[in-house]
Design a protein around this ligand. Structure first.
Ligand SMILES: Cc1cc2nc3c(=O)[nH]c(=O)nc-3n(C[C@H](O)[C@H](O)[C@H](O)COP(=O)(O)OP(=O)(O)OC[C@H]3O[C@@H](n4cnc5c(N)ncnc54)[C@H](O)[C@@H]3O)c2cc1C
Length: 528
């Protein structure tokens, strides 16, 4: 006899689990979400890592799909207190020769900034951006916010609709190219190219991976859509929690799931850490990793050899993030502001990359487990959201691509190396913004090893739920037998970052799992 019964049980209260739970609760289902941590939100955690009152976004800092993703409106998250700011100067790069490039929400200003490096590149970028904007909504809706279709079908459609003839940039050949190759083909200034590549890299796309150019147009279309979540990223988790609670759902915190109960090949509920059992009338949905879900919770013995092989072969991201969080008493003033004053207003700032070759060198080093000479990615959210630090103070964030396992000492070596690498990143930032030298009150590191310590489903610091690669896309993510959010266990669904499209705060895995569940249970689609 179960200790409690719900219509649906969801494992993990990240944004995907919370969103799926809310949609189902608004269908009239009784929904419970079980979460291992002390708070809901998963990667939306915001913590006072340095000093009280300094709100640091430990994982998700950049919200790139606001206004595009249907979940925000469907769940009326604004009414639940969610607020965003879209900084006018979105991103910038400062270069060794004192120059700077800025990307604005006003694209005319972006073109003007690029034109100072290459008039031809500015014009090419204008054509690329305008072309992408023309088909962006259609592509996002059909490719991201619907269960996936095979790449081959997309390619065929491009040919049948003669898209390649009409479009200058979108082509079937993108699947044979890396993002770097695409940039090399169309642009001439190394500085413009590396800025455009970094825009993709910070979204999880390794720019040297052949095939990933297929996604590049999508990334260009969103490059002026990066938002600060006011009050810290956890406010999105809070709004989701409120929407879920209003719909009658219940989140159980500090309640890890240990097992998935099955009967005659069908999931019937979950077993919690304390041995109690909770029954599910209709379904269980997991928003966490494949290993925990299938090997630990279901049990290998209940799975076919092929399916086990599929999970074992599914690759993690081959790079992770190193972060340093800073409490500041001033905003950075860049040397390069003499060249472009707007750089002091840039939200996200790249330091040190001068060319695609610099970036490629980092990809190579990281895959070998080495720490390169720092080229930090820096952001000060408080310029746009004063609520995230005490009056007159600022929070700072440094991110750097990094290996999970260091060649010397493995992952554990991060506990020693973190502070050393953090100091090197800070020194590099200060070189470009010398006023920061006296302005850092305190700082804390957050290494790739810390990531799975905090969020166990981010296995080996994998912040994307599995490698982003052509072989892992669409109906191949995580592998064909499980690409449609269903699993070999009837009534067990996957709704998190392992599924199409991938991790990041997109809500897409949950939204797409919802469509499949709505078909399977004949739910009335109130959200369409
Ligand atoms: C350093 C870093 C920086 C990032 N920056 C960004 C960014 O700027 N923008 C962006 O969009 N994304 C960013 N991400 C990625 C983003 O955080 C993830 O892709 C996103 O959180 C995935 O959401 P999810 O809901 O699928 O899973 P998660 O957010 O991982 O949530 C899963 C939840 O399940 C819980 N759980 C795990 N095991 C169990 C269990 N056995 N029982 C119960 N609960 C369990 C976890 O505690 C967690 O709360 C970043 C990630 C990292 C690590």
């Amino acid at each position: 006899m179960a200790d409690a019964t719900f219509d649906a049980i969801i494992i993990g209260a990240g944004h995907n689990g919370m969103a799926l739970g809310t949609y189902l609760a608004r269908c009239g289902w009784e929904v419970a979400i079980f979460e291992k941590r002390l708070e809901e939100g998963g990667g939306l955690c915001t913590e006072e890592l340095t000093r009280p009152g300094f709100l640091h976004n430990v994982h998700c800092n950049y919200h790139t799909l606001v206004g595009v993703c249907p979940v925000y409106e469907d769940l009326r998250l604004e009414e639940h207190g969610l607020e965003y700011v879209r900084p006018p100067v979105q991103m910038g790069s400062v270069f060794g020769d004192g120059t700077a490039l800025t990307v604005h929400t006003d694209m005319e200003k972006t073109y003007a900034s690029m034109a100072r490096f290459s008039q031809k590149d500015a014009e090419t970028f204008r054509r690329l951006y305008n072309e992408v904007k023309g088909y962006m909504d259609l592509i996002l809706r059909t490719l991201m916010y619907s269960p996936p279709i095979p790449l081959l079908d997309i390619t065929k459609a491009l040919v049948v609709w003669k898209v390649a003839d009409k479009a200058e940039f979108l082509s079937v050949h993108l699947r044979n190219m890396s993002i770097n190759q695409f940039l090399d083909q169309h642009f001439e200034s190394e500085k413009v190219k590396v800025q455009l590549a970094l825009q993709a890299a910070y979204s999880g796309y390794s720019t040297d991976r052949v095939g990933l150019a297929v996604s590049y147009p999508l990334l260009v279309g969103k490059m002026d859509n990066w938002h600060v979540c006011v009050g810290g990223s956890h406010q999105l988790a809070h709004a989701l929690w409120e929407a879920f609670a209003h719909a009658g759902g219940q989140v159980f915190l500090s309640t890890p799931v240990e097992g998935i109960l099955t009967e005659n090949g069908r999931s019937t509920g979950v077993r919690l850490y304390n041995g109690s059992e909770v029954a599910a009338r209709h379904l269980v949905a997991s928003s966490i990793d494949l290993e925990q879900t299938f090997f630990k919770m279901v049990g290998r013995e209940r799975l076919s050899e092929d399916f086990v092989g599929g999970i074992e072969a599914y690759p993690c991201m081959d790079w992770s993030f190193f972060s340093a969080h800073l409490a500041l008493d001033r905003v950075p003033e860049y040397r390069a502001a003499e060249f472009d004053p707007d750089i002091n207003q840039a939200w996200v700032l790249n330091v040190g990359y001068e060319s695609l070759e610099d970036l490629n060198g980092h990809w190579r080093a990281i895959r070998e487990g080495k720490l390169p000479d720092p080229c930090p990615n820096c952001a000060v959210n408080s310029i746009f959201d004063p609520a995230d630090a005490p009056d007159g103070f600022y929070t700072g964030l440094i991110r750097h691509f990094a290996p999970y396992r260091l060649a010397s000492g493995g992952a554990e070596a991060w506990d020693e190396m973190g502070t050393i690498f953090g100091q090197r990143c800070i020194d590099r930032w200060v070189e470009e913004a010398p006023n920061l030298r006296e302005g850092i009150l305190e700082w804390a590191v957050y290494t790739p090893l810390d990531i799975p310590r905090r969020i166990p489903n981010m296995v080996e610091g994998d912040w994307m739920g599995g490698l982003i690669d052509l072989g892992n896309m669409l109906t191949d993510r995580p592998f064909p037998a499980m690409s449609q959010y269903r699993t070999p266990i009837e009534g067990l669904y996957m709704c998190g970052a392992t599924q199409h499209p991938h991790g990041f705060v997109t809500f897409a895995p949950a939204y797409n799992a919802l469509q499949v569940i709505a078909d399977d249970y004949d739910l009335e689609r109130w959200w369409l």
